[in-house]
Design a binder for this molecule. Structure first.
Ligand code: KIV
Ligand code: ZN
Length: 514
């Protein structure tokens, strides 16, 4: 069986999804989970695009030991130099450099002739190879490029030192037959093609990203690029969890292996959804809430008689366990520490104490504490904005009744350490709470989105709130979890505001480092 390398771009192409705004702590946490999921390569960002991206890519390169960390660069020396600075401390640094090859892109966007594009690609790949041991070159909009031009430029770029050639379906225009044929053609006509890995990168504008990726591996690609939950530009990228489970379930059609650990799918998907605030639609393949639910009587009857009547994938395969009760009210610190290690977290003694305290508080309120709950507590601690002066919630109270005006009273400490308190009304309890918080916070806030979710199942499940807002004109997301929906909402609101202080601190540090 051939082996397929998995290139995850959740933190680059995925982060380009409209409205997604991850901070450095969240990106590192997602990177750690991608490492547990077993991706071979992770694209941590686009270092030259902003100081925040540079700093995040560098932090991820320093952290990840079991995957190659890469960053995107345009075909310019300064992008390559900045990417090298961000990636050089990684254990297996690689560059991802791209240049468009389709007539539409070359004429209207690049305003360059095919000869100029070829020369630029050669120059930049050979420049990059002086620094990076691995250089992936992407022919942006490959699927709408002239095949003979592609063949010529790929041969030259390989001679210049590229180690991976990626042929993206940038606008999600291809069909599986066409996309597969492009790989076949390139394999048959580029004389030095055996020196490199061929990679597929598909977008989902026509809903064909995973099908196209499967067609690519049938025709010679040995690397597939995609994102968790299929997030990404416009309609998104190929969903890696769908691709991976497709290979496993239809191994008769696709006899390929990967290094992915399928039972990490659920956790990875949940983490990306929580941090990005991109809710997974219930009918989404593999990770949607309904993906394993049988509603009609005929289906339920069939599954009870024999699961395989209507179930082609078991929930356990992707890490969904119905009975993952792990620890209870009487569990001690030792068992707790063991469990944290089993989940793949490395905690300091202080973090361990904080996690254990939160866990004990939860066991007072919630009958069963599941892996999912624990994972939420642990990732919240890992991404907690500390060492920054910020707004902190001291206490709040909300009065609500169908006949009265909802009123909230909130006490906060400001970043300057001053205790402030006030009350406001609203049309509903959440609005009253948000109006009160807004009145206490000096920053200019415009809330643009708010949603609530439950973590796990049951009436005592943890609530998670997500907000999107602009703070002093800068878009930020915020997230908060608690047993009560109002407390989760207040935490999410403050988390969004406090990110501004965190980002300012990181940017100051970055300026000093650059
Ligand atoms: O879709 C695309 O073409 C890209 C390139 C930068 C590889 O994401
Ligand atoms: Zn892309």
């Amino acid at each position: 069986m051939s082996h397929i390398q998995i290139f995850d771009t959740t933190l680059r192409d995925g982060e380009q999804s409209p409205g997604v705004n991850l901070n450095q702590l969240e990106k590192v946490e997602i990177a750690r989970q991608l490492e547990r999921f077993g991706v071979d390569i992770m694209e941590a960002g686009f270092p030259a695009s902003s100081q925040g991206d540079f700093e995040s890519v560098r932090a991820i390169a320093r952290t990840i030991k079991n995957a190659s960390v890469t960053g995107l660069a345009r075909a310019t020396k300064s992008d390559i130099d900045i990417a090298w600075d961000a990636l050089k401390e990684g254990h297996d640094p690689r560059l991802h450099i791209f240049l468009a090859t389709s007539p539409i892109h070359m004429t209207y966007k690049l305003k360059k002739s095919p000869e100029e594009v070829t020369q630029l690609a050669i120059n930049m790949v050979s420049y990059a190879r002086k620094k990076f041991p691995q250089v992936e070159w992407s022919a942006e909009d490959a699927s709408r490029s002239d095949l003979d031009f592609l063949v010529k430029i790929i041969e030259k770029v390989i001679d210049a030192g590229a180690t991976v050639i990626n042929l993206p379906d940038t606008v999600g225009f291809s069909t599986p037959e066409e996309y597969g044929r492009m790989f076949q053609y390139v394999k048959a006509n580029v004389p030095n093609i055996d020196k490199v890995i061929l990679s597929a990168h598909c977008h989902d504008d026509l809903g064909l990203a995973v099908a196209n990726s499967l067609a690519a591996i049938k025709n010679g690609a040995t690397q597939v690029e995609g994102t968790i939950n299929g997030i990404g530009e416009r309609a998104g990228n190929a969903a890696l969890e769908e691709f991976a489970v497709g290979l496993t379930i239809r191994n008769d059609q696709f006899p390929y292996t990967t290094n992915l650990v399928l039972k990490e799918i659920k956790r990875t998907s949940d983490l990306v959804s929580r941090f990005t605030g991109m809710v997974i639609s219930p009918n989404k393949a593999i990770v949607g809430k309904n993906a394993f639910a049988h509603e009609s009587g005929i289906h339920q009857d069939g599954v009870l008689k024999h699961a395989s009547t209507y179930e082609i994938i078991t929930p356990e395969l992707v890490g969904i366990q119905s009975n993952d009760l792990v620890l209870g009210k009487h569990s001690g610190r030792h068992a707790f520490k063991d469990k944290i290690q089993q989940l793949g977290f490395e905690f300091t003694e202080d973090q361990l104490l904080e996690a254990f305290t939160s866990f004990k508080q939860l066991t007072d309120k919630k009958k069963t504490v599941t892996d999912e709950d624990l994972f939420t507590i642990l990732t919240d601690i890992q991404t907690n904005i500390s060492d920054v002066k910020k707004y902190e919630l001291q206490a709040f109270q909300v009065q609500y009744g169908s006949a009265n005006l909802p009123t909230a009273t909130v006490a906060l400490t400001t970043p300057e350490g001053i205790k402030v308190e006030t009350a406001r009304t609203g049309k509903g309890s959440v609005e009253a709470l948000f109006n009160t918080l807004e009145a206490l916070i000096k920053e200019e806030i415009h809330l643009t989105n708010f949603h609530l979710n439950s973590i796990g199942q049951g009436r005592d499940a943890l609530a998670e709130a997500n907000v999107k807002m602009t703070v002093n004109g800068t878009p930020v997301n915020g997230r908060g979890s608690a047993q009560d929906v109002l407390e989760a909402s207040a935490k999410a609101f403050l988390n969004a505001v406090n990110r501004l202080f965190f980002n300012q601190k990181v940017n100051l540090k970055e300026t000093a480092n650059l």
